[in-house]
Design a protein around this ligand. Sequence first.
Ligand SMILES: Nc1ncnc2c1ncn2[C@@H]1O[C@H](COP(=O)(O)OP(=O)(O)OP(=O)(O)O)[C@@H](O)[C@H]1O
Length: 250
Amino acid sequence: MSDEVLQVSGLAVDLAGREVLHDVNLVVTRSEQVGLIGPNGAGKTTLLRSLLGLIPIRAGSITIDGRTPGGARGTIGYVPQRHEFVWDYPVRVRTAVMTGRTHRIGWLRRPGAADRDAVREALERVDLTDLADRPIGELSGGQRQRVLVARALALQPRLLLLDEPFTGLDVPTQEILTRLFRELTSEGTAVLMTTHDLPAAADTSHRLCLLNRTVVADGSPDELRDPAVWLRAFGVARSEQLLHSLGVAR
Ligand SMILES: Nc1ncnc2c1ncn2[C@@H]1O[C@H](COP(=O)(O)OP(=O)(O)OP(=O)(O)O)[C@@H](O)[C@H]1O
C-alpha cells in the first residue's frame, strides 16, 4: 500500500457561488501529522469537509488510499468542532462513540462484538472508560472533546481529520490528546489537524500547511522559519506579536 494516504491536487471549491478554495495541493503520508493553519475564513473547515465528501468540488481531485472521499468514508475519522455536535441528545458516552462506526456497521444492523471491542478500545485510549455510561449532556468541555476523538477512533481510521481539537482545553487534556496523536502516527495513522494554536502546532506537527484559500506554504516547522511566509499566509502587515508567538521574529 502506498505511503501517501491523502493526495489533494488542484482542488477548487465554491460555496454559495463564491470561490473558497483554489488550486489546493496537499499530500499527507502514513505516520505523518500535519497542522493545517490559516486565518479565520481561510477555508480550513471547507477543506476538511471536502475530504469527507460532504461538499462538491468544482475542480481537481481528492484521493484517499486510492479511493474517492465517498469510497474511503469508512476509513476516515473526523472530529468536528465541539459546538457542531448535538450534546443535548439523550445518549450515553458509549453510544455516542459507537455512532462513529455507523458507516461500517450500516444503519439497519446491530453492533457486533468487533464494534463493541473497537468502542471499548477507543474509550480507553482517551481515558474515558469510567464515564462510558454517563449521559453526554453532563460532560465538561474537555470530556466532550475526548468523546469526539474516541468516536473518530472507533472507526480505526487510516486518516484522522480534526477541526480545532485543542480549542478551550486545559493543559492536561491537551497533553492527553497530544500524546495520543503521537501514538497514532507511530502506529501508521495519518493525521491532519486544523488549529489556531500556532506554537503547539509547530511543536507537535511533522509538517505545517499554511492555507489562505490556497496553500501558501508547506514544510516542516524548521523550514518555515521565514517570517515573510507567515505574513503572506495571514495576509497581515508585519505583526511582531504573531511572529514572536511562532518563534520566528528576528
Ligand atoms: N455553507 C456556506 N455557505 C457559503 N459560504 C460559506 C459556507 N461555509 C463557509 N463559507 C465561507 O467560506 C469561507 C471559508 O470558511 P471556513 O469555515 O472553511 O474557514 P476556516 O478557515 O475554517 O475559518 P475559521 O478559522 O474561522 O474556522 C468563509 O469565507 C466562509 O464565510
